[in-house]
Structures are given as structure tokens and as C-alpha cells.
Design a protein around this ligand. Structure first.
Ligand SMILES: [Zn+2]
Length: 358
């Protein structure tokens, strides 16, 4: 279990604009073909957007030729893992297993891996330990690719605790959005990652809620903030997006007598072809997700949160869900009004696995 407060999500101290160009692509094209989570020293990371030319250039220039390649068959997909030349203290087997765990968590949540083919390029970070510089993009090859750095001295425990590999693979599951909707891409990756890992037994359920209790206050609007489409700070992008996802999950479960949840909406978007390989409007994605659940939850929540600050009373929400913050972890109350919904959110999903969508 990860210690409380070590959720290695980005710190406000580093901004995306310091790291990558923030040029805008022409509206007629898919503007966001790449998204990346860049972490520094294990405590700060920034998901940034990049122009495809930049991504292609970076990919060509910064990734070593693979020394080893293995194809993992996970959730109906073939994930090609390239481990770049370099020395790791751990045997390659442990790195393949780490990518495999991430792929399994994502496949469980989505009922199959989001795309039929994907690539993961693991680069060595000499002299370091931990996982850094996650970056997922759609290269010219058409095969969605995650590029990620692993420290030479990374330990098995660090790989077991790592969230970034799963976060990056979740990015493959949702269509590429225009710049102003980057929050939904990061929000989904932030929200789904721990749930998928808990569903697979990789982390305890308490850890999912503890991360939300710790993280979601960062997603609340600060004075002067506008809606999610307009305030593009770190907090509003990652955790504001995750807050949208949690509210959507609860909303769908309330509207369907707890028979469906956000995962059904997201699976519906994938089933309609909405992976990161495609550029969609946010309205199309939400309408498609709503159709899958027979509700209007995503569309109506978006209307509410896109332009206006729309704060959420988190203290009240934890009470309703029966989540009791308890130092560095949480405990649960089964007599809370939304306890059944809370449990359903992290329950391992229905057994049926859908094939991955091309
Ligand atoms: Zn991300």
C-alpha cells in the first residue's frame, strides 16, 4: 500500500509551459495528439500537450534503439514493450511484469484493452530510481505509444507502487480532445488509474478513496477560477477533471439504480471507436457515453461545470458515501446513504470482457 500523502501527482511548482511548447494546432485538425505526464524526482509531474511534430521529433531523438522487445497479450491487445539499451538493477522480467500489471488494470476497467495494438517504450534513466516522464501519443505509425523512463536503480517496490504506467495506458482509452478540454483526458486518467488497480487487487480499496480525499480538494475552484473549460491550472486539470469523473460516476449510478457507472459510459465511447487514435469533440464523447448508460449525466454535468466554477461540498460528499478520513488512510461506514454506490465504484467489474476495439 502506498503511504498516505505520497500520491505522486504533479506539484504546482512546475508548469507545463516551462517544459513543452504550448502552441495551438489549427482547429480543423486534431489538436491534441500527445499527452504526457512528466515527473521529477518522484514528487512532481506535469501532463503536457505537444504538437505532433514535436512528439515525433522527440520520439525520434530521445528514445534509444530497443535492446529487447517482448509482445504482451493483454485484454485482447498486443502490447509491444521495447526496453531501451541500458542497465537496470532489476531483470527485464520485472519491467515486463510492471507493464503487464498496468495493462491488466486498464483491461479490467474497460472490459478489454482500449486498442488492439499499443507500444510501450521504456527508457533508462541512468543513476536514478523511480518512474518518470510518462508520455502517450499517437505517432505516424498509428500505433498508440507510451514513452516512459525508469531509473537504473528502480526497485521492485517502486514498480509495485507506480501509478504512472497505468495512468498513461488509460490515456489510450479516450478520444483526443481540443486544448480546452485537456482536463477530461487527465481527469479520466487520474480517476480510473487507482480504481483499475484496486479492481485488480494491486492496491487496497482504501487507497483509492484516500487518494481522492487527498487529491480532490486541489480540483475545487479557487477564487477567480472559472469552469473547467477555462481555468487550466494543474489542480483544475487533473483533480478538477477527476472530480468531474467522480460526480459523473455517482450521477450515473444514482440514475440507474446502481446498475451502471462511469465505466459503462467510457466503455460505450470506446465501443463507438472513441480511442485516442481519434479526435472527437467533447460533446460527441459525452453524448456517446450518455447513450451507453441511457442517461444524460455526462452532458448535463458538463453543462454545469464547463463555464462556471461549480464547487462541490466534499465534506458532505464523503459523509454521504461513508468515507471517513482517518489519518493516512480512510475507513468506511456501511450505514451511509451512498455506501452501496461507493462499494460499486471499486468492485471488480462484470466478468464479461469485450474485445478491444480497433
Ligand atoms: Zn496524463
Amino acid at each position: 500500500m502506498k503511504p498516505g500523502g505520497e500520491r505522486a501527482h504533479p506539484s504546482k511548482s512546475v508548469s507545463a509551459t516551462e517544459l513543452l511548447p504550448q502552441k495551438r494546432m489549427p482547429r480543423a485538425r486534431v489538436r491534441l495528439l500527445a499527452t504526457g505526464c512528466i515527473a521529477f524526482l518522484g514528487f512532481a509531474g506535469v501532463c503536457a500537450q505537444a504538437l505532433p511534430e514535436r512528439a515525433a521529433h522527440a520520439d525520434a531523438g530521445e528514445v534509444d534503439a530497443p535492446a529487447e522487445t517482448r509482445q504482451l497479450e493483454i485484454g485482447g491487445a498486443t502490447i509491444t514493450v521495447n526496453i531501451a539499451a541500458g542497465r537496470f538493477d532489476l531483470p527485464s522480467e520485472r519491467l515486463y511484469a510492471w507493464v503487464g500489471r498496468a495493462g491488466r488494470a486498464v483491461s479490467l476497467y474497460y472490459g478489454g484493452f482500449p486498442v488492439v495494438r499499443a507500444e510501450v517504450n521504456v527508457k533508462e534513466a541512468p543513476g536514478r530510481d523511480g518512474v518518470f516522464h510518462g508520455f502517450t501519443f499517437s505517432p505516424d505509425s498509428g500505433v498508440l505509444t507510451t514513452r516512459i523512463s525508469v531509473g537504473e536503480h528502480t526497485t521492485e517496490q517502486e514498480l509495485a507502487d507506480d501509478w504512472m504506467m497505468t495512468h498513461e495506458l488509460v490515456h489510450m482509452s479516450f478520444p483526443a480532445m481540443a486544448d480546452e478540454h485537456h482536463w477530461i483526458e487527465e481527469g479520466i486518467a487520474t480517476y480510473v488509474e487507482p480504481i483499475g488497480r484496486a479492481q485488480d487487487g494491486q492496491i487496497p480499496v482504501e487507497s483509492v478513496w484516500q487518494q481522492l480525499v487527498d487529491g480532490l480538494p486541489h480540483g475545487e475552484p479557487e477564487p477567480g477560477d472559472a469552469g473547467l473549460d477555462h481555468t487550466h491550472t494543474w489542480g483544475r486539470t487533473y483533480w478538477g477533471g477527476a472530480l468531474f469523473c467522480l460526480m459523473a460516476d455517482i450521477g450515473i449510478r444514482r440514475a440507474t439504480h446502481n446498475q451502471m457507472g462511469l465505466e459503462d459510459a467510457l466503455r460505450g465511447i470506446l465501443a463507438a471507436g472513441g480511442s485516442m487514435e481519434k479526435g472527437w469533440t467533447i460533446e460527441r464523447a459525452f453524448a456517446t457515453g450518455d447513450k451507453a448508460t441511457g442517461t444524460k449525466v455526462l452532458t448535463e454535468l458538463y453543462e454545469k461545470m464547463k463555464d462556471a466554477p461549480a464547487p462541490v461540498d466534499l465534506e458532505q460528499l464523503w459523509k454521504e458515501l461513508g468515507v471517513v478520513p482517518d489519518g493516512r488512510t480512510v475507513t468506511f461506514r456501511e450505514d451511509a446513504p451512498l455506501a452501496a454506490i461507493r462499494k460499486a465504484i471499486t468492485e471488480p467489474p462484470k466478468a464479461r470482457l469485450m474485445p478491444a476495439k480497433p
